[in-house]
Design a protein around this ligand. Structure first.
Ligand code: NAD
Length: 296
């Protein structure tokens, strides 16, 4: 079997094309969706991600404000920026690019973001709603992008066994909640660094979502014939055959394509979906700001 491609680029383009009309509707109400991206330090990968987010805004006619601080900026400086962005009425989404330098408390900074502007979906209020099974709030972009891609491909999730590799706040844990939510109805196992015999768990699963950060960890013998495999991992690995000396690798070995029924590529899978869902959350935040104004 050769896996069908869970093509995040194609799916993301569809999500973006559906946003165009909503953005123009906002425009007719005098509102331009507006996202602020705050980046601290000079981590090259983070700058690449922020560049992709800003370009997606430009493509769609979403206004973006890009705020860059040096690596030695203080946490207080970031707090002041978030406070001021929270107050700005013409701004609908705030994203603080992770990771922040180690001298900053990322969680407490996330807690400061006004929940209605938390387009990353990491604020406790938004994650708490997800735990309650309320899926109408701001959902974290990467796991909700995975769900959108599964639904776009027509993957049946009801009653299926799913294994999520990783339990992070950003990907693994919200992913497991989304897969187990009413209406999606998978039976979910969350594996993490202390899990015993992860290979065996995966080999019985209908759906495997890998979000670990270990290059090509998931091998073909981990995967049941015909299973759906989503590779969230983005890892830089040395590759002397490339001019730049490195390549991107996912958490799933490419040979899994010989076993799986569906497989998402890296790059071109979950990455573009994450950005598309960020755009969708920003547009949604702008739309909600209009209805809030109408009710006030
Ligand atoms: P993280 O480091 O916060 O979490 C990694 C998780 O993997 C932890 O919960 C850990 O317990 C688990 N883990 C470690 N070893 C394991 C093992 N042997 N078996 C099972 N689980 C194990 O990372 P993260 O932020 O969740 O990101 C995971 C990967 O996804 C990274 O490669 C990251 O770059 C990538 N990522 C991609 C996107 C995207 O848009 N495509 C977005 C976010 C993260």
């Amino acid at each position: 079997m050769v896996a069908k491609r869970l093509d995040g680029k194609v799916c993301a383009a569809q999500v973006e094309s559906e946003l165009v009309e909503r953005i123009s509707k906002c425009g007719s109400l005098g509102i331009t969706p507006h996202l602020a991206v705050v980046i601290v330090g000079d981590d090259p990968a983070s700058h690449v991600y922020v560049g992709s987010k800003v370009r997606a805004c430009e493509r769609l006619g979403i206004k973006s404000t890009h705020i860059e601080l040096p690596a030695d900026a203080t946490e207080q400086q970031v707090r002041e920026i978030i406070e001021s962005l929270n107050q700005q009425n013409d701004l609908h989404g705030i994203l603080v690019q992770s990771p922040l330098p180690s001298h900053m408390d990322e969680e407490s900074l996330t807690d400061m973001i006004e929940p209605s502007k938390d387009v990353d979906g990491f604020h406790p209020q938004n994650l708490g709603r997800l735990v309650q099974g309320r899926l109408d709030g701001m959902l974290p972009c990467t796991p909700s992008g995975v769900m959108r891609m599964l639904s776009w491909a027509g993957v049946d999730t009801e009653g299926k066994t799913a294994v999520v590799l990783g339990r992070s706040r950003i990907v693994g844990m919200p992913q497991s909640l989304l897969l187990g939510a009413k209406g999606v109805d998978s039976t979910v196992t969350v594996a993490h660094s202390r899990t015993k015999d992860t290979r065996k768990l995966c080999s019985n699963a209908d759906i495997v979502i890998a979000a670990v950060g270990i290059p090509e960890m998931v091998k073909p013998d981990w995967i049941k014939e015909g299973a759906v495999v989503v590779d969230v991992g983005i890892n830089r690995v040395d590759d002397s055959s490339r001019e730049r000396g490195w390549r991107l690798a996912g958490d799933v070995h490419p040979d899994v394509a010989q076993k799986a029924g569906w497989l998402s590529p890296v790059p071109g899978g979950v990455g573009p979906m994450t950005i598309a869902m960020l755009m969708e959350n920003t547009v949604r935040a702008a739309e909600l700001s209009v209805s809030e104004e109408e009710h006030s």
